[in-house]
Design a protein around this ligand. Structure first.
Ligand code: SAH
Length: 472
């Protein structure tokens, strides 16, 4: 086969797509140079990028302020392909998690959290993370790679799409880098993406409304202070050095004292610095730890978000009890430190940090299975032939729906709504938003039957009933 022959097949398609530079990654300067070299005008670069980031139009044929020949050239020279949506998960609180798949098939996620007075989105900065915090699902994956500037911006574009679908014509007002990854471990791309968010002619956001959350990479905090001081959130989780090291290995590289010094030097201005503090039962939630925290915060303009821990399978910590959280909170507020308890939005869709993508990764490591016909109730062998109806991903409500737990859960919510009563296998009736707390593992294959029963495929090949819709 010669090079001039048409390329067929997925590998070729991929290599061709990957070999072209993504238009979402290119800088305005580089694009203007390209236009000039092609005998065009430098200012067409900004016009092109405005189509992408201001008007959010990806089809170059619609770029009416660029001559047709250059519209064609642009689409030939650059890839206009965005990461694809792998799945969408709607929470009962109105937030929505978007799991994206990059061109090289890496998973990362963002969460859209509209509320009456603002539209906040939580974005990822890396695929995986190398910080290995013990309570964090992403930490378990290790680092796969940094997200590019374009992949960070793609998360805004998809969130806009989802907003439009809801008939919500508002702008995204707030961005928090609290998805997968450690943004300060990918600071160049985070800064470049944020420049596009803040540019009045692109996304036009306010710099007070972009927050970068870090586990405490001190040199990068200092670099931000000098070059690009955005709002800062610090995932502190303990002000006791031994405990913090136990929870967050990064504390070995950058001590609490070093961190404090960098924060005292940070130009936080009127926004101050936000501290994230996950409340872990008996680990960091006693008054003794509150005292250490107050001491650490002395001299800083601080607000502390107390976060009830999101549990996931295999994690050694337990969430704090309500009473202890309240006591901890009172200790801080009595000393004039605002400390709201923040139930993370999207609790029932794994709102916190990388949990969905981590699950998707786990799911991928399971061997593909045919899901068998499911007779009513209890443990049953999964050896019967599948029925005609059992096509993975099928949409109709009177069919059996099979797939990864998350996809099946999304389908269940679609069929029965987010405000439904659910009967657990042990007879207990709960609400949809409590399911997270009752399901031990979301890494399995599930089956949703036409009767509204959800079964879990066990490693030994049997299907076990998990729960069912209480009333159909
Ligand atoms: N690496 C950055 C940003 C990603 S984590 C950082 O450490 O700040 C975003 C937030 O989710 C962090 O505050 C993190 O501590 C929190 N988080 C991670 N796992 C969690 C869990 N199981 N329950 C509650 N919050 C969690």
């Amino acid at each position: 086969m010669t090079n001039s022959e048409p390329k067929i097949g997925r590998e070729n398609f991929l290599s061709e797509t990957l070999s072209r530079e993504s238009i979402f990654d290119i800088s305005e300067k580089r694009l203007s140079e390209w236009f000039v070299q092609a005998n065009g005008k430098a200012f067409w670069a900004r016009q092109t990028l405005r189509w992408l980031f201001e008007k959010r139009v990806l089809d170059t044929k619609q770029y009416t302020d660029i001559p047709p020949i250059f519209r064609e050239k642009l689409s030939q020279e650059f890839s206009f392909e965005l990461p694809k949506i792998d799945s969408l998960l709607a929470s009962s609180d109105g937030s929505e998690k978007i799991l994206l798949k990059s061109i090289d098939e890496k998973y990362f996620e963002c969460v859209l959290m509209p509320s009456p007075d603002r539209v906040t989105i939580c974005v990822s900065s890396q695929v995986g993370c190398r910080m290995a915090c013990t309570f964090c699902q992403t930490g378990r994956l290790g680092l796969s790679r940094n997200l590019t500037k374009g992949e960070i911006l793609a998360q805004l574009l998809w969130c806009y799409k989802q907003l439009e679908k809801r008939g919500d014509d508002r702008r995204i007002t707030n961005v928090v880098f609290m998805g997968m990854g450690e943004p300060l471990d990918n600071l160049d791309n985070v800064i470049e993406a944020t420049r596009v968010m803040l540019a009045p002619h692109y996304f036009g956001m306010s710099k007070h409304r972009v927050t970068v959350s870090t586990c405490g990479l001190v040199p990068e905090i200092r670099r931000m202070a000098k070059e690009f001081p955005l709002r800062l959130a610090i995932s502190l989780h303990s002000a006791d050095p031994t405990r913090r090291t136990q929870l967050m290995p990064v504390n070995r590289q950058h001590s609490l004292e070093e961190l404090k010094k960098a924060l005292l030097d940070y130009p936080a201005g009127r926004d101050g610095i936000t501290f994230e503090y996950i409340m872990l039962d008996g680990v960091n939630d006693t008054v003794e730890y509150a005292k250490k925290l107050v001491k650490f915060l002395h001299g800083l303009k601080a607000k502390v978000n107390l976060i009830p821990m999101n549990a996931h399978p295999g994690m050694e910590w337990k969430p704090s009890q309500e009473k202890n959280m309240r006591e901890f909170q009172k200790y801080l507020s009595d000393r004039s430190i605002p400390a709201p308890i923040r139930y993370s939005r999207g609790y029932d869709i794994s709102g916190a940090c990388g949990q969905l993508a981590a699950k998707r990764e786990n799911e991928l490591h399971l061997p593909p299975k045919r899901i068998a016909k499911t007779p009513p109730k209890a443990t049953r062998p999964a050896t019967q032939q599948p029925t005609q109806q059992e096509t993975p991903g099928q949409q109709s409500t009177d069919t059996t729906f099979c797939g990864g737990a998350w996809k099946v859960w999304a389908e269940f919510l679609k069929r029965y709504g987010r405000d439904s009563a659910i009967k657990m296998a042990d007879g207990q009736t709960i609400h949809t938003n409590q399911v997270m707390r009752h399901v031990e593992s979301w890494d399995h294959q599930w089956v949703l039957t036409p009767a509204g029963e959800v079964l879990e495929r066990q490693p030994n090949g049997t299907d076990v009933s998990l729960f069912a819709i209480a009333k159909k």
